[in-house]
Ligand binder design. Sequence first.
Ligand code: DX5
Ligand code: ZN
Length: 220
Amino acid sequence: MIRISPSVLAGDFSSLGSESVKMKNSGADYLHLDVMDGHFVPNITFGAPVIKSIRSYTDLVFDVHLMISEPLKYIEDFAKAGSDIITFHFESDSPVGETIDKIRSLGCKTGISLKPATPAEAVFPYLDRLDMVLVMTVEPGFGGQSFMFDMMDKVAAVKEEIERRGLKTDIEVDGGINAETVCVAAKAGANVFVAGSAVFKSEDPAKMIEDLKNNALKSV
Ligand code: DX5
Ligand code: ZN
């Protein structure tokens, strides 16, 4: 199932409520929320209280991407704020298994994200307990960077292992996704596509979301 997850990182932070409504009306499947702590990545965005305040504006699936050093400490806050999917980084300082258990125990879908230097195999021991694997296609921290084509081998390796085990785990890609790169990522095996700049900087976000979806579909 192809899903488009616009990242509000490229949106107007002074009106995240109406930005989320705009995305829903433009045909987005998820809303991607990039949480950065200025420690795990060299940038700071927002935390659980901001997510909670957007929650009342839309029923879009909240796809929360935690780029923070100690996710385990804050999982409960993010779950209570209304997250549907919580993805944390394998490279964070929290114990991976315990963090997965915590997210699952709170009824949220669980994802692990891999930075560009982390190999696909890192996630294999946890695959059976995950709903999603997020393969970063840029160094996390900032929007508007160029897509790293060399991450496609990693996407393909994760996909192969998912299929070998007969799992239904989603593969998300994040960073530099546009109407062209979405094709490459879909071909490699990704099915959830984060797009910040491509959607929010577009004159017609609904058309861009439709193009992303159609281009992904025809590349599978
Ligand atoms: C980067 C974030 C991305 C970012 C993507 O660290 O995780 O979600 O918003 O932005 P674009 O689509 O502009 O590369
Ligand atoms: Zn992200």
